[in-house]
Design a binder for this molecule. Structure first.
Ligand SMILES: [Zn+2]
Length: 292
């Protein structure tokens, strides 16, 4: 399943390739599962819109749609950010991919959306297992300027939350720190790999109750979480072209895992065998010596 760094890499790669293009045509598959918004309403909003920007929010890819230069409300030289009229929200699920392809590249099996772009290329959503989701987030014309009314997801953003806000997030929480990290209404976008890896780097046992961790330990976790996510994004950045181009071969470089899926293997720091336990139904990996 794509985690936050992969989603960020895909969003940035797609943004570099399609920002500024207009959507000339829209095709959707007849499967029901990928469409959280009525496909006809979604096609209507997408057709003719200009792709202003593509970026990541949590584990969602957000495509800002606007009317672009020449639109009724903006003069070209105003310097004011484009008015965003709606947002196309893409969640990759387990096996979803968002590809930018030349129109003459054969459409892969399991393609559920094809947006024909003004450059002649296509933005395609391919998802064999159909756990991915496509939705339209409408923005009321009364929302005003800035980002009010824009898609934000339920929780805080792990890469930009301040140390103090991070500490406050866990105050009084009577659940394990591992479960708290995975709780999308607290932080959105942190998945199993980066929860386990950041807890290892911060030396915190995943079963510790979140609300009982000291400020110092939570600050260490904040630093560790942002470090592992940033490193993974850096590594992923060099594989962007493999990920989104043409036939879309996925080539995401993984961080070297210290604990994740290393059950029974020696800890890279102390040599103690890595243990696995279940927390909230999720496999959780830790070093019983390094993590207290
Ligand atoms: Zn260890």
């Amino acid at each position: 399943m794509p985690e936050l760094p992969e989603v960020e890499t895909v969003a940035n790669g797609v943004n570099e390739r399609v920002a500024g293009e207009r959507i000339n045509s829209v095709w959707f598959s007849r499967y029901k599962e990928p469409f959280k918004t009525d496909p006809a309403a979604m096609a209507d909003a997408l057709t003719g819109a200009r792709i202003e920007k593509v970026y990541r929010v949590g584990k969602h890819i957000v495509v800002d749609l606007g009317s672009g230069p020449g639109g009724a409300k903006r003069s070209k030289s105003s310097g004011v950010p484009q008015t965003i009229t709606a947002q196309w929200i893409v969640h990759l699920g387990m096996t979803g991919r968002l590809l930018v392809s030349a129109a003459d590249v054969p459409v892969p099996a399991h393609t559920h959306a094809v947006l024909g772009l003004s450059s002649g290329r296509e933005l395609r959503f391919v998802d064999p297992r159909r756990f991915g989701r496509l939705a339209l987030h409408g923005i009321s014309p009364d929302a005003g300027s800035g980002s009010s009314g824009h898609f934000s997801g339920p929780g805080r953003e792990p890469l930009t939350i301040s140390p103090d806000d991070f500490v406050r997030l866990f105050k009084g929480r009577k659940l394990s720190i591992k479960a708290a990290l995975l709780n999308q209404s607290l932080l959105h976008g942190v998945g199993n790999i980066y929860a386990d890896e950041s807890l290892f780097r911060a030396g915190i046992r995943p079963t510790r109750m979140a609300g009982r961790l000291s400020r110092e330990r939570l600050l260490a976790l904040h630093a560790a979480l942002q470090e592992v996510l940033r490193k993974a994004i850096q590594l992923g950045g060099s594989s962007v072209s493999d990920y989104v181009d043409a036939d879309g071969v996925a080539g995401f470089f993984q961080l070297e895992h210290h604990v994740y899926m290393r059950t029974g293997q020696p800890c890279l720091v102390c040599g103690t065998p890595i243990r696995r336990t279940l927390i909230g139904g999720r496999g959780t990996h830790y070093c019983p010596h390094c993590q207290r």
